[in-house]
Design a protein around this ligand. Structure first.
Ligand SMILES: [Zn+2]
Ligand SMILES: [Zn+2]
Length: 341
């Protein structure tokens, strides 16, 4: 009997342990993926903590998966996939196909979205069984450890920017320079925006410039962030990657007329925005949910074209617990990626 290994937690906020499992066979419309890399996203904590309805234990998180198709279930070959194809699976781990958003063709807001680690075991393991509609083809030249983070952190920032109302030449600010923001700045620059990086502390200025940002705003400098943005002409869009409601709120008055605040950083605290701040200049506040498998594919193609890569720290699957804690602690400056799954 062949087996494979996963890193799982058996109780809410438990320690990751490596266990052997029996090799699963892909069902109809599914593939088995040999996992080469899996990024660790802050959202994995939602599952590990058991904080979301429907999360069951033992829990195997991981929705920044990159690997190779190893086995095809029934009906998969007809849909253009073959053994050996390099694929990524992200937050969009498949949709139900029958809810109202799906019937409208808006799959990313599917009411029964199949997020890996929630709907099925995620990428903290050597194998993953995934539905075929979750698969995004990895372009040649993009390493698995770079492709994984593109399937959540990458697509969320890339899509958030390309679906915003900003056009090339417009001033666009990226709030936060962490796992999401460091990609957001690179995408914004490559899309032709006059790009502002916003973060805490003067020491991040060099990093923002290194990512290609044209301007840097230090939110701790004493000058309000909104004022700093207005002195640059006002932002057509702010991509809020920092999961901090106070920091997000502080950017609103920095938006230009008809400017758009695109929220992708998660926080449960309320935003402190008054209707008046939105009304007079026709500003828009919008939540942005990740992207579909096609969006992930677009993100990876754009990244390959422009030489955009996530900054990653690689840790073997055996040390999943250590890597996860480092992500939680905020001490991981960049994306933690499990490798050698
Ligand atoms: Zn994620
Ligand atoms: Zn659906």
């Amino acid at each position: 009997m062949s087996t494979y290994r996963v890193a799982q937690v058996t109780a809410p906020n438990g320690t990751f342990e490596l266990v052997e499992r029996e090799m699963p066979q892909p069902g109809s419309g599914q593939v088995r993926i040999a996992v080469d890399a899996c990024g660790i996203c802050h959202s994995d904590a939602l599952f590990v903590s058991g904080g979301l309805p429907g999360v069951s234990f033992p829990e195997v998180p991981g929705h920044e998966i990159a690997g190779r198709i190893e086995e095809l279930g029934q009906g998969v070959l007809e849909r253009g996939w073959q053994v050996g194809d390099r694929v990524a699976v992200g937050w969009f781990g498949g949709s139900c196909g029958h809810c109202r958003p799906c019937r409208e063709g808006d799959f990313i807001v599917c009411r029964n979205l199949k997020v890996p680690g929630w709907a099925y075991d995620g990428g903290f393991g050597e194998k993953v069984i995934a539905p075929v509609d979750a698969l995004a083809r990895i372009p040649d030249g993009l390493a698995a450890s770079d492709a994984g983070p593109m399937a959540c952190a990458g697509v969320t920032t890339y899509n958030g920017l390309r679906r915003s109302s900003a056009r090339p030449g417009d001033l666009v600010a990226v709030l936060g320079l962490g796992g999401l923001g460091h990609l957001g700045v690179q995408y914004a620059v490559a899309m032709g925006f006059e790009t502002v990086g916003i973060a805490r502390g003067p020491e991040k200025a060099d990093f923002a410039k290194q990512l290609g940002a044209h301007h840097y705003v230090d939110s701790t400098s004493g000058t309000p962030v909104a004022e700093a943005l207005q002195s640059l002409g006002g932002a057509k869009a702010v991509l809020a990657t920092a999961g901090n409601s106070e920091a997000i709120t502080a950017t609103v008055d920095g938006l230009a007329h008809r400017g758009e605040l695109v929220v992708i950083g998660a926080d449960t605290e309320p935003l402190g925005i008054t209707p008046v701040q939105l009304l007079m200049s026709g500003r828009v506040l919008r939540g942005h949910p990740s992207g579909t498998a096609q969006d992930v594919e677009d993100t990876m193609a754009f990244s390959a074209l422009h030489g955009i890569r996530p900054m990653t720290e690689h840790v073997p699957l055996e040390r999943a617990d250590e890597a996860y804690r480092k992500m939680l602690s905020g001490k991981a400056r960049f994306r933690m990626v499990l490798t050698g799954g």
